[in-house]
Ligand binder design. Structure first.
Ligand code: PLP
Length: 374
């Protein structure tokens, strides 16, 4: 077996900015404000400026970043929230955590993102079960922005909130607007493997809504009011650590450059693989951030085993759609079947993707993929 190459190379990023990050962490150790220290506010301003949202509120994870707005809007028992079935479990988990019902909808065959035309039928399915549709959570899957231009007017007409799950999408844009600026609120994740990742768990909520921000601030620290011993609502311990904010500030400084490199790498993959496998499409006006580079193949297990043999790590996001998971299959779906979701779950395969992937390594991956599918 040849040398194993990394799926995501965080060590290469450390070679570039590790010294600056270590100094930033050291500064936190010296000032000692581990909880909501000055780096947290600096990061929040930087994140809001980066994506053009009025407010960014950092929090403990991407999961909390989705949970907090649902809590703030008072979504709960008897309410329905429309989510794609082809996503990471947290998209639906947060809905169930607040006591509401996730309603699974199908995705589009080309972008793998929520099908805007499935939102109406999902609301009808919810009402048939006596539930009140309150929100929709489109996902920027693999870093491709969801169809916000179509989804936003649909959500408005239906009178439901639009919460963007941009855990995989931060850094992407649609028609010149960065994700984070779409929807009534958006939540992202700083899990280490994300395009903008910290050295642990972290996340952020984005919104233009001043009143929502005030409630989110309270919810993030135990539902505090005047101070932390005045508890006006049920909240969480949902803060981002100052050390993680310090790490993220250094990573944000090179993020723009990393996004440009991600584009070059994804374009090169597309050029070199388009005649051998189904490669990702980029919809018009979209600039994905390529959290994953995902192809579709036949006989996936065989292809994956051959690639492993050649030292190429791969991943399957996601082998079991949420509407088929044992913890979730009792929830309703927009239709009797979700055929696009089911087909994708059988065929998708993600290849190594990060901004430090050099051309020689990428050529090795491409050759191995071409061999494996032959
Ligand atoms: C689509 C999606 N939503 C939500 C999350 C949750 O983020 P976290 O792991 O930071 O809680 C993730 C993280 O993997 C994700 O990919």
């Amino acid at each position: 077996m040849s040398d194993v190459i990394p799926f995501i190379d965080l060590k290469a990023q450390r070679k570039r900015i590790g010294a600056r990050m270590d100094q930033a962490i050291q500064r936190v150790l010296e000032h000692g404000q581990y909880i909501l220290g000055p780096e947290v506010q600096a990061l929040e301003s930087g994140l809001a400026a980066f994506c053009g949202a009025r407010h960014a509120l950092s929090c403990a994870s991407g999961t909390d970043a989705l949970l907090l707005p649902l809590m703030a809007w008072g979504i709960g028992r008897g309410d329905a929230v429309i989510v794609p079935s082809f996503t990471f479990v947290a998209t639906a988990e947060v809905v169930a955590l607040v006591g509401a019902t996730p309603v699974f909808a199908d995705v589009l065959a080309d972008t793998y993102n929520l099908d805007p035309d499935a939102i109406g039928p999902a609301c009808t399915a919810a009402r048939k079960q006596g539930l009140k549709p309150r929100a929709v959570i489109p996902v920027d899957l693999f870093g491709q922005p969801a169809d916000y231009d179509r989804i936003a007017p649909i959500a408005k007409t239906l009178g439901i909130k639009l919460l963007a799950d941009t855990a995989q999408g931060f850094g992407a844009s649609l028609n010149g607007t960065r994700v984070g600026a779409f929807g009534d609120a958006a939540g992202t994740s700083f899990f280490p493997a994300k395009p903008l990742g910290c050295y642990g768990d972290g996340g952020a909520v984005f919104t233009d809504d001043d009143a929502l921000l005030e409630v989110l601030v309270s919810l993030r620290v135990h539902g505090g009011g005047r101070d932390k011993y005045d508890n006006v609502r049920i909240g969480l311990n949902g803060r981002l650590d100052t050390i993680q904010a310090a790490v993220l500030l250094e990573k944000l400084a090179v993020f723009e450059d990393e996004i440009a490199v991600r584009h070059r790498i994804a374009r090169r993959y597309n050029e070199l693989l388009a005649d051998a496998v189904v490669v990702p499409i980029v919809r018009e006006g979209a600039r994905p951030v390529w959290a994953q580079y995902t192809i579709q193949v036949e006989r996936r297990e065989t292809v994956q085993a051959r690639l492993k043999e050649a030292g190429i790590p791969t991943a399957v996001y996601y082998p079991i759609p949420l509407h088929r998971q044992s913890g979730y299959r009792h929830f309703p779906a927009a239709a009797a079947s979700l055929p696009v979701t089911d087909a994708l779950a059988e065929r998708v395969l993600s290849l190594p993707m990060h901004p430090y992937l050099d051309a020689a390594t990428q050529d090795r991956i491409v050759e191995a993929v071409r061999d494996a599918v032959r």
